[in-house]
Design a protein. Structure first.
Length: 231
């Protein structure tokens, strides 16, 4: 059983991640990785206590991000997660998610130490991508299923156990909040008390979750939800 847990701070803003915020997050993640490498090799004046390098939007920094492997893996995930566009990664999805989670894990300690949470937008995109994947295809991320667009998930997603806020086949409160485009999870939690159409929760182990069919009906009435464009 994996002891590695990568989580979104539930106190963080859960609203959609803009392309600008994702670009800044990737830049900060890349520089944090570089600081870890340089400091471990005693290069220059690098100090792990400095955290990531501050993001300043310039043509040079944008080009730096756009040429990175992290950007190439994350952009298709962002387009699907936030815009509902059916763009699939060129690489095997297990490799894409696995590489991204390893990078996030590598910088999580330095990010938390500096109090910057630079990886949060990246983790939100990954989580929302997987949530939409289940919403559209009703796949079990643990055991797999028949997904024509993602045949590489036929046997499940390696590393799913690293994400305790992502359910195998249902949607957790945070996943549902991300899809709904709300700022925090209170909106989802309070929906269970709606007199006309209460949101039905189920308990699975330690998680409170919502079944996909129930989630679809609830999300369809949410102003902030962006439906997948299946055309």
């Amino acid at each position: 059983m994996s002891k590695l847990n990568i989580e979104i701070d539930p106190k963080q803003d859960l609203k959609p991640v803009s392309i600008e915020a994702l670009t800044a997050s990737i830049y900060s993640a890349l520089t944090a990785l570089q600081i870890l490498t340089d400091s471990s090799q005693n290069k220059g004046d690098c100090d792990v206590s400095s955290g990531a390098i501050e993001w300043l939007e310039t043509p040079e920094t944008i080009e730096f991000v756009r040429k990175s492997a992290m950007w190439l893996l994350l952009e298709p995930l962002w387009l699907y997660a936030e815009k509902g566009e059916l763009v699939r990664p060129k690489d095997h999805l297990n490799d894409v998610i696995g590489d991204l989670l390893k990078w996030v894990c590598a910088i999580e300690a330095i990010s938390e130490y500096s109090g910057e949470n630079v990886h949060t937008p990246i983790l939100k995109v990954i989580t929302k991508f997987l949530a939409r994947l289940k919403l559209d295809h009703q796949i079990d991320l643990s055991s797999g299923g028949d997904v024509k667009r993602y045949p590489d998930l036929s046997d499940g997603l390696v590393g799913i156990s690293w994400l305790p806020q992502v359910s195998d086949k249902n949607l957790t409160i945070i996943e549902l909040a991300l899809l709904a485009g709300v700022s925090n999870i209170r909106s989802v939690r309070n929906a269970q008390y709606d007199k006309d159409n209460p949101l039905v929760f189920i308990k699975t182990g330690k998680n409170v979750e919502v079944e996909i069919d129930v989630a679809k009906q609830w999300l369809a009435k949410r102003r902030g939800f962006v439906a997948t464009n299946h055309e």
